[in-house]
Design a protein around this ligand. Structure first.
Ligand SMILES: NC(=O)c1ccc[n+]([C@@H]2O[C@H](COP(=O)([O-])OP(=O)(O)OC[C@H]3O[C@@H](n4cnc5c(N)ncnc54)[C@H](OP(=O)(O)O)[C@@H]3O)[C@@H](O)[C@H]2O)c1
Length: 306
């Protein structure tokens, strides 16, 4: 495994395990996935209060306890701000604080290393978020804070009010989901890809030392399916195979290496619950892509550069 230092006291594995899909697993299977991730040097686990309606956090909590790993040797992230059952977003102080308290209980831990605001609540009162962060930080319940799925203006507004550093923005990104870079590659052109769907947030994050984390590295569209070995992405798979054969890894590892080759992306959050697949994906850190290979892969997924 390779690691990126995000801040003092937070040096994270480039590949993190996302626990969204863990609710479907038995206790034994979730233990196997977490233990296998640890064996590969993964030290970062991505959770959210809403995953499996809390069941995913419970499964992960049981699993990491069973591995016997010391709490200070892993990083646990969770997210708050979505009321999934009710169908709205809520960044009120009460909601954020109570969501964290619930996560801590289910995860069987006294603190989160990172709390992310999950999806922007357009009705939010930034002073309430500031008070929530202040309380959670002062009580030792949260060490670091960040956001997910936010654009540059939203992050900039939030940063005016909160005392704590915003260290992460977690966004969907992979070779088939490239909104974050398309407009930057086609600035001032007439192509559709020049339409900025993310308000320059990748550039904003780089400028402000906010690390990007990529979620759903293998899904195309909004959870329409996996692009690996998918006939919809024939050219891309041919290109992935070419590199995979050269580097002695599988195509999933190359797909993750493609994300990590971008300097803004400090972490990829993978969601497989299959230990063998996880082992193969971790080979991504051994893959060094040339610029030629990187751009060829980008284009083979249907993207263009002028
Ligand atoms: N911040 C946000 O808004 C947000 C949104 C969504 C997700 N996330 C985070 O991102 C994590 C990853 O999301 P995800 O699970 O959608 O990511 P993913 O790694 O793109 O997808 C994993 C899923 O694809 C399946 N899969 C099938 N073929 C595969 C292949 N060749 N290689 C890899 N996976 C393959 C896996 O099945 P097997 O289990 O059978 O391998 C698993 O169900 C989540 O766990 C969550 O922590 C965050």
């Amino acid at each position: 495994m390779e690691y990126n230092k995000i801040r003092d006291g937070l040096t994270v594995s480039k590949i993190a395990l996302g626990c969204w899909r863990m609710d479907a697993l038995s206790d034994d299977s979730s233990y196997d996935v977490v233990q296998n991730a640890l064996n590969h040097g993964i030290n970062f686990f991505d959770n959210a209060d809403i995953y499996g309606n809390g069941v995913s956090e419970e499964k992960f909590g049981k699993a990491w306890k069973r591995t016997g790993v010391m709490r200070e040797n892993i990083y646990i992230l969770s997210k708050a701000g979505i009321c999934a059952e009710e169908g709205y977003y809520d960044f009120s102080k009460n909601h954020i604080v109570e969501a964290v308290n619930g996560s801590l209980k289910r995860l069987q831990t006294e603190y989160l290393d990172v709390l992310l605001l999950h999806r922007p609540d357009t009705l939010y009162d930034p002073e309430e978020v500031s008070e929530a962060f202040e309380e959670l930080y002062a009580s030792g319940k949260v060490r670091f804070f960040g956001v997910s799925n936010q654009n540059s203006f939203q992050i900039s507004h939030l940063r005016k009010f909160v005392k704590q550093d915003i260290i992460f923005n977690q966004m969907q990104f992979n070779v088939t989901h490239t909104n974050l870079i398309d407009a930057g590659l086609t600035v001032n052109n007439y192509f559709d890809s020049a339409i900025d769907r993310s308000d320059g947030v990748l550039e904003y994050c780089r400028e402000n030392d906010i690390a990007l984390q990529a979620w759903s590295p293998f899904q195309y569209g909004f959870f329409e399916g996996v692009y690996i070995d998918n006939p919809k992405y024939e050219k891309l798979n041919i290109e992935l195979k070419k590199v995979a054969e050269m580097q002695g890894v599988n195509t999933s590892a190359v797909a993750v290496a493609w994300i990590l080759r971008h300097p803004a992306f400090k972490q990829v959050i993978i969601g497989t619950m299959n230990p063998d697949r996880l082992s193969a994906i971790c080979e991504a850190v051994t893959v060094k892509l040339t610029k030629q290979q990187w751009y060829d892969l980008y284009k083979s997924a249907g993207n263009m550069i002028p």
